[in-house]
Write a protein of this length. Sequence first.
Lengths: 319, 280, 309
Amino acid sequence: MQTPALSERSESNGPMITTEHLSKWYGQVSGLNDVTVTVPPGITGLLGPNGAGKSTFMKLVTGQLKPSKGVVRILGEPIWGNPALFHRIGFCPEQDSFYERMTGLGWVTALVTLNGLEPDAATAAAKRGLEAVDLLDAADKKIGAYSKGMRQRVKMAQALAHDPDVLILDEPLSGMDPLMRRRTIRLIREWGRSGKSVLVSSHILHEIESMTSNILLINNGRILAEGNVHQIRELIDTHPHSVFIRAQNTKALARALLVEDGVISMKFEAGAVVVETARPDAFYARLTDMAASGEAGVIDEVTSPDDNLQAVFKYLVKQ
Amino acid sequence: MSPIHDQGYRHYLGEREPHGRAWWVIARSHIVTAMQHRGFRFILLVAWAPFVVRAVQIYVASTNLPVAEFIATTPETFRDFLAQQRLFVFLVTIGQAGLIADDRRTNALQLYLSKPLTRVEYILGKLVPPLAYVLAVTLVPALLLLLLQIVFAGSLAFLRANLFLLPAITLFSIIQALLSAFAILALSSLSKSRRFVSIMYAGVIFFTAAMYQALRGITNSRTWAVISPGEMLDVIANAIFRARAVSPVPVYVAILVVFVIIALSIVILERRIRAVEVVA
Amino acid sequence: MGSVMQPVIELQRVGVRYGRQWALRDVSATFPTGAVGLLGPNGAGKSTMIKALLGLLPPDTGDMKVLGLDVRRSPLQIRARIGYMPENDAHIPRMNAVTFVAYCGELAGLPSADAMQRAHEVLYYVGLGEARYRLIEQYSTGMKQRIKLAQALVHDPSLLFLDEPTNGMDPKGRDEMLELIRDIAHNKQINLILSSHLLPDVEYTCDHVVVLDKGGVATEGPIAALKGPGGRVFELRVKGEAGEFLAAMRGAGLECHATDEDVMRVFVPDERGPRFLFTLASQHKVQVRHLRASVPTLEDVFAKAVGDV
């Protein structure tokens, strides 16, 4: 099976994060194995099963770990041992460990000062960060008193307070209630649009899908796929496309579709036909025409149950 | 009846026990786990070594050997035996340091308190193992020694002359066991690390003993004994066994101190095991 | 299923106070049999409600009945018939999976032999059969979630309470857990309450929701009914030269919004339906890859209920 490797480049600047033959091992245990990848501006979803190497990858990209081999470049410069570059990166880790007695504002300011800003500028930046995540009114309360969602937001605030160009977010929505999730997704999409490079790692695939179509899939310490989900889907040419068609006259529709080249299988569900085809282009074109002419009855709905991130992920990871 | 059986989830149609058994399930689990620990089994074994020595002593005392006069069995024998076991009481108790601390570390309380058992049952289930172990190295060997005395001497004469020994041994052992068990349990509920709890326990015991000696040396007053639980147990033992030693404080003071420690432990336990914190 | 059955949980004017704050305020609600989602923003009172129904926090005012039993009078009996899967990691120290689950079964009232038998069965059911003799401390995140479910099921509860059951699991684990939950709710006749912030999960497994907000019930009801019928909005994705096609749609009076991904939202102001769109696409030689009437999601229901549109 050919591994798809299409990178979608945006019109704006060049790639923000590049790795070349990046490897990391811990004694005998291999964390990451010869990873060469380019993360473009905009939002990229970082996916993979537990233990695949995602956190290793993120730690290497944020300069917390030294590569065993290869190099990670942020904005063209190697990141390891390059603290000057750190202030152009914002990292929102998954773990929850705070100084509970500090206030939200105090904590974010302290972290921002570590990035090299003067105290006044740091406080102003911290306030901006807190405002962006809607925490300004609670900024003077102790973190120990924050709810789960607020703790998550304060982590986000410190990640973007110093206005970095690259944002690395590890399960940024964890603990948030549905409204906050929606707002945060909107916020992340804004950052992507504003030209930042955002790498979001999450297990909740439908949320990644609502942020971006651009993914980076890691499995067993290696890159399994990178690029646009739909393009990846198309390239998985050995795997037939599944098409769900809701129609008034399923039998007539089935009869009409049977004669099409490339139809591998057909299944009936309540009020619908599910077709598997090896020739998606031809099939969809024919289906559109059929629906327009009405020759096989009325067609209400066309969806592809496996042209989504969930299905692509499942298929690729099984390999 | 279909030849293909359902291997999946089945409903349970059997018996369910009435409430009130949970404390025993908890206690039994701890006792079984502790016994699987080689170090602990070793300590229990070694704890009976003094018993063997005493048994020999009692045997010889009951013979007609000339030396028998010097090691005659008296109530002091039993009092001294129990005093000697203090080291093993300490070791056995400190081995239980993780009783509640481990549960706090793994967040087990969220599971326990969502089951059909009350906080009292939980605490009782945790109290029984240390109680049992302490009694196993104090009450049981002491009573056995008494029994051996009767067997070796071939008569109930000694017992009849010292009838108070039976309740004395029992009462003292129980007080000692309760004090140790409550203390270790309360300390265990204060931390998530059993190592830290054992340090705290050892610290309290040694520190209070040392402080007593220091203060006594400075002020020349033995009333400071109240800060040392070990001394207080001695006072109680003196009174119960009708020993001739002069106690630094009256026995009712010692009883009060023990009572206060146990009461404080109960208060700590009540506050640390809060049902309302079960749900995050 | 669906005849007039006694609701699983009934609240009547329930109030619970923390100091001077009312965490739950004059709440009246019923949780029907089947699978019910419990939703709400952080701080809405969900954890208070859970504590109350576990019998750990008696209500200050009002009445609350779980499985027909009063929470004030019979908390132990209630807990004997409920299974609770906590959100956070929780296990009994130094036990392997089988011992742990059997232990929980005994604590819940099963005789010890039966508890051990059930433990094995339930561990197979949740997918831990192979790993059941290993120490829980060695388990991965996904396995720890499953074993929490196992200990909640071992005593065959009549009501299962799940708090964020897919926490920390990778996509495959999440799928499997959601399938398990669906199986439990729909095929095994165990009533279920799922508390989660992941609305698609709730939609997949539950038929009914109760939404809490600020200490009260914001909305409750069957998910299908709350969502309501779809409007004249369509999701549309095409492949081909879309420029002309888009212009044609607009020219025909349809409002088209391209989202950041390739799925468009098309507003049809009149009676025209899918066939019109197909015809237009066919004329302009584009393939229709995705066409669906847009239905409100549970997220929309939630947002409307909690007042954030």
